[in-house]
Design a protein around this ligand. Structure first.
Ligand SMILES: Nc1ncnc2c1ncn2[C@@H]1O[C@H](COP(=O)(O)OP(=O)(O)OP(=O)(O)O)[C@@H](O)[C@H]1O
Ligand SMILES: [Mg+2]
Length: 274
């Protein structure tokens, strides 16, 4: 779906000065470089995600997508570059962000019930809610209900299927009542019904004025799900409204020989149901 009011032009190939992070962007980075060893995982990346939109981060395995999100959150150190969340340094905006990590990176043996995990999302709001644990519990249950998981509240988190775990992490993010939702592959390994449930929740957040940025692998649904696309393969390959940034040309550039021309043609021909 096209939302021209949200469009932010791509500036590919141009290094943007670090003082140009727009204050109305929920997440903007300039010159971001992250390295775990000698070779950077993310190199000199500029990105400007629009507010009140669904944005996709797209790129092959090992392209630096998770690293980009973690560096934006400040959980991995950056070698250089600027990160602004709603125009302020990340340290001042943490309360406004909810993060759902890539499922493979979570320790599912951690002894906690589903309700515990969702209530963890509320800890920053405890000050506001005071000792009203009954109210916190009701809020957590409400968030579980929104992702269809209320019946599992007392189950150990490690005893859920992968798709159920993904829903619980989304419920925890909902409980945080953030302004910016960062999700790393929220649809990985989930069935069609769960994917539908998750996309409906995310679009609901967007329609309520929140900003959603998700790492996404399924190229056939990009146009149906997202407003804005950011393509990365260590460097930024393209960015802008899906209609202009997500093209056969930018996919070729991002995936190189890893995607055959016929596969790219299929993606371009598929409608990607909304
Ligand atoms: N903690 C780490 N220590 C060393 N290298 C790492 C670490 N995490 C990631 N890397 C490397 O950095 C590069 C980018 O990894 P990253 O996890 O960001 O990729 P990704 O785009 O999220 O991939 P995927 O689609 O497989 O999730 C890869 O080459 C990876 O091997
Ligand atoms: Mg990843």
């Amino acid at each position: 779906m096209h939302r021209p009011d949200l469009a932010i032009a791509a500036h590919d190939g141009q290094a943007l000065p670090t003082d140009t992070c727009p204050a109305d962007s929920p997440l903007a980075v300039r010159g971001l470089t992250v390295s775990y060893g000698e070779k950077p995982a993310v190199f000199s990346v500029d990105a400007t995600f629009p507010a009140r939109a669904m944005s996709a981060i797209i790129g092959p395995n090992g392209a630096g997508k998770s690293t980009f999100l973690k560096a934006a959150l400040g959980v991995v150190p950056r070698l250089s570059g600027e990160v602004r969340v709603f125009g302020t340094p990340i340290e001042k905006a943490r309360d406004r962000i909810a993060y759902v990590p890539q499922r493979a990176s979570v320790d599912w043996d951690f002894p906690a019930t589903v309700l515990d995990v969702v209530q963890m999302g509320l800890y920053r709001r405890v000050g506001l809610l005071g000792r009203m644990s009954g109210r916190m519990r009701a809020l957590a249950l409400d968030c579980l209900g929104r992702v269809g998981m209320a019946d599992f509240a007392h189950r150990q988190i490690g005893q859920l299927s992968g798709g159920q775990q993904q829903r619980v992490f989304l419920a925890r993010a909902l409980a945080q009542d953030a302004d910016l939702y960062l999700l790393d592959e929220p649809f990985a390994g989930v069935d069609a019904a769960t994917e539908r449930a998750i996309i409906d929740v995310l679009k609901g957040l967007r329609d309520a004025g929140k900003s959603v940025v998700a790492v996404h692998h399924d190229l056939s649904t990009v146009r149906g799900y997202f407003d804005h696309a950011f393509l990365i393969n260590v460097r930024r390959m393209a960015e802008g409204p899906v209609e202009t940034a997500f093209t056969a040309e930018t996919l070729h550039a991002t995936y190189g020989g890893r995607l055959a021309t016929t596969q790219i043609d299929e993606v371009m021909l598929s409608g990607g149901a909304a």
